[in-house]
Structures are given as structure tokens and as C-alpha cells.
Design a protein around this ligand. Structure first.
Ligand code: NAX
Length: 326
């Protein structure tokens, strides 16, 4: 058999972790013939709960699960990992401002970036799901001085999947017939789900839908507010869908994809997004490397929305700079 690949998951005892770990162990991240070793990071108070999840993982008798370690020491958990899925974060508590949220999470993602820098495998790829995902990623990337910036990314795949699913429901097309839906900017309410380049059965989505008002006034807010709608209905935030999107993102990055997908990655200045900001772009992936899709035309409608989301990212970056976190 192939040697096992080490995969770290932080926040492993949480709701997303409860879905994510089983799918990784089932082979959905790195393939059905690739053994994986899970390295599960949690805070001390959650380690007992995590033990229960590990017992269940064991009880699944997954053929590809080569081992599981748990602990609260990031350096030890990140030792030799080729994939780090950073899910654990502090949620926004009552009365907490966005600035406070950024600060508490900065104190999680800074040290985790340093630990990755010291301990991870040379080929590590880091995916940040914990919110505020783009800015947490920016902080970890800065803290990991020796890891190339292009190995850091944050999740906007859930937003992409949500937009594709809405288009499929509207048109009756299969999700697999829908291509090139793009998420730009921040994983927040300012994100811009862009269908101007999207196709359905190879035909422009705008023509296939034939309802500009729905595209502009229903689809965009439905995607941007989907997280809140799910909290409203379930009384808890999206977990299985967030885990599924985390798998989609990290799998496509690790194994490649023939599709254009959206990932929040450090900007090279493309599309007027200031260099270094972790912002969502359309990318292609080959040989474990993403590349921003160049030269797409951006109409006025799109430009205004991309600019608004990027402005929010700049203000988050300024806030973490002022706190000395980057
Ligand atoms: P939970 O609160 O269920 O789980 C989070 C876990 O992280 C807890 O078990 C907690 O003990 C752990 N944790 C906290 N600080 C830690 C640290 N320093 N080191 C290791 N573990 C730590 O939240 P869950 O529903 O699993 O969501 C996790 C994160 O994903 C949240 O930040 C959430 O906002 C974010 N989401 C991101 C999405 C995205 O598309 N990017 C969508 C879903 C989700 O809202």
C-alpha cells in the first residue's frame, strides 16, 4: 500500500468536524486507495468529546484510516502534515463586534501559522474554514514565514456550491451541467456570486435562466444569506454542507480539477484586488498549484460588487495590522 498522508483538522470536536472526519477517513479527500493519518487538534476542554468521535471513527473500520492522533498542542498535531484543514475558531458571542471577533481569532490563527511553519511537511497545503476565514488565513499566512504564501487558502466553495445548486433548482439542469460560477471577495455577506461567465449545458447562464431580475435580485442575496437561513431553520449553523465544501476545495487543490473553481487565495494584484489580500477568485488547479484565471471581462455591475467586498477585506486587514497580528 501507499504510505499514509497526514491530514490535520483543527476544531475536530465541533459540528463541521463531526461530518468532515468521516468523509476524509472514507477516502473522499485523497482518494479511495490513499491511506490517511488524522491529526486532530482541539482545545483541552473538548478533548474528551473528541475521544468519543475517535471511537466512532474506529468503529467505522475505514480501510484507508491508518491512524488517528488527538491533542491540544498545535506543533505536535501539525508534525509532518501535508494538509491542514483549519476549522476550529471562536464564534461570535453575544454583544461581540466584528473587530473583537477578528482579534480573538487572530490569537488562534497566528500561533497555528507558526506551528505549521515549524512542524508541517514541506508540501503542506492549508485550507481555512473557520470564520472570519479570509482574514484568519491572512494571519496564519503571515505567521508562517517559511511556507510559500500560495499554500494558504480560505474556503468560498460552500458559496459556489450554494449558487450552483440554486441555478440547478431554477432551471432544472443538473449541477454537473453548470460551469464557471464564480465567487469573488470575502466569505461574508459582501461576497459576490458572479454568473456573468457561467454556462448551463454550455450556454450562457443568463440566457438559459432568462430572468435577469431573479439573477440579480434573488440569486445573489439568497447565496449571501444562506448561512443565516440555515441557522434560522435548523437552530444551528451549516455543518455537513460546510464539511462537504471543505472536502471539495482541498480535494481539488490536492488532486486537480478540470473545472474553474473558486478559492480565496493571496492576490497577485489580479482584477484590481490589492496584492496579498486573501480574496476569492476563479482558479484552475494543476499539479497541486492554483492559478487565478486571467483576462475575464468584468462588467460594471460586477466591478462595483467586487470592489465592495474587497473594501471589506482591506478594512479587516487594516484591523489586524493595527492589532500587530500581521
Ligand atoms: P463548532 O463551534 O461546533 O466547533 C468549533 C470547534 O473549534 C470547537 O470544538 C472548539 O473547541 C474548537 N476550537 C476553538 N478554538 C480552537 C483552537 N484554538 N484550536 C483548536 N480548536 C479550537 O463550530 P462549527 O460549526 O464546526 O464551525 C467551525 C467554524 O467554521 C466556525 O468559525 C464557523 O463560523 C465556520 N464556518 C465557515 C464556513 C465557510 O464556508 N467558510 C461555513 C460554515 C461555518 O459557519
Amino acid at each position: 500500500p501507499k504510505p499514509a498522508v497526514r491530514v490535520a483538522v483543527s476544531g475536530a470536536a465541533g459540528a463541521i468536524g463531526y461530518s468532515l472526519l468521516f468523509r476524509i477517513a472514507a477516502g473522499e479527500l485523497l482518494g479511495p486507495d490513499q491511506p490517511v493519518e488524522l491529526r486532530l487538534l482541539e482545545v483541552d476542554e473538548a478533548l474528551r468529546k473528541l475521544e468519543g468521535t475517535v471511537m466512532e471513527l474506529q468503529d467505522c473500520a475505514f480501510p484507508m484510516l491508518a491512524g488517528t492522533e488527538t491533542g491540544s498542542d498545535a506543533r505536535r498535531m501539525f508534525d509532518g502534515v501535508s494538509h491542514a484543514l483549519l476549522v476550529g475558531a471562536k464564534p461570535r458571542g453575544p454583544g461581540m463586534e466584528r473587530g473583537d471577533l477578528i482579534e480573538v481569532n487572530g490569537h488562534i490563527f497566528g500561533p497555528q501559522g507558526e506551528a505549521l511553519n515549524d512542524a508541517a511537511a514541506d508540501d503542506v497545503q492549508v485550507t481555512v474554514t473557520g470564520n472570519p476565514a479570509n482574514t484568519n488565513c491572512l494571519i496564519a499566512m503571515h505567521a508562517a514565514r517559511d511556507i510559500p504564501n500560495e499554500r494558504f487558502s480560505a474556503l468560498t466553495r460552500l458559496d459556489q456550491n450554494r449558487a450552483v445548486a440554486q441555478l440547478a433548482a431554477k432551471t432544472g439542469a443538473s449541477v454537473t451541467d453548470i460551469h464557471d460560477v464564480i465567487i469573488w471577495g470575502n466569505h461574508s455577506a459582501t461576497q459576490y456570486p458572479d454568473v456573468t461567465h457561467a454556462t448551463i449545458h454550455g450556454r450562457a447562464a443568463r440566457l438559459e435562466v432568462g430572468d435577469d431580475a431573479w439573477l440579480n435580485d434573488v440569486l445573489i442575496p439568497t447565496v449571501a444569506k444562506r448561512g443565516a437561513a440555515i441557522i434560522d431553520a435548523r437552530g444551528a449553523s451549516s455543518a455537513a454542507s460546510a464539511a462537504s465544501a471543505t472536502i471539495d476545495h482541498a480535494r481539488d487543490w490536492a488532486l486537480g480539477t478540470d473545472r474553474i473553481v473558486s478559492m480565496a487565495v493571496p492576490s497577485d494584484g489580479s482584477y484590481g484586488v490589492p496584492e496579498g489580500l486573501v480574496s476569492s477568485f476563479p482558479v484552475t488547479v494543476t499539479e497541486r498549484a492554483w492559478r487565478i484565471v486571467p483576462d475575464l471581462t468584468i462588467d460594471e455591475f460586477s466591478r462595483a460588487r467586487i470592489d465592495a467586498s474587497v473594501a471589506e477585506l482591506e478594512s479587516e486587514r487594516d484591523a489586524v495590522r493595527a492589532l500587530g497580528l500581521i
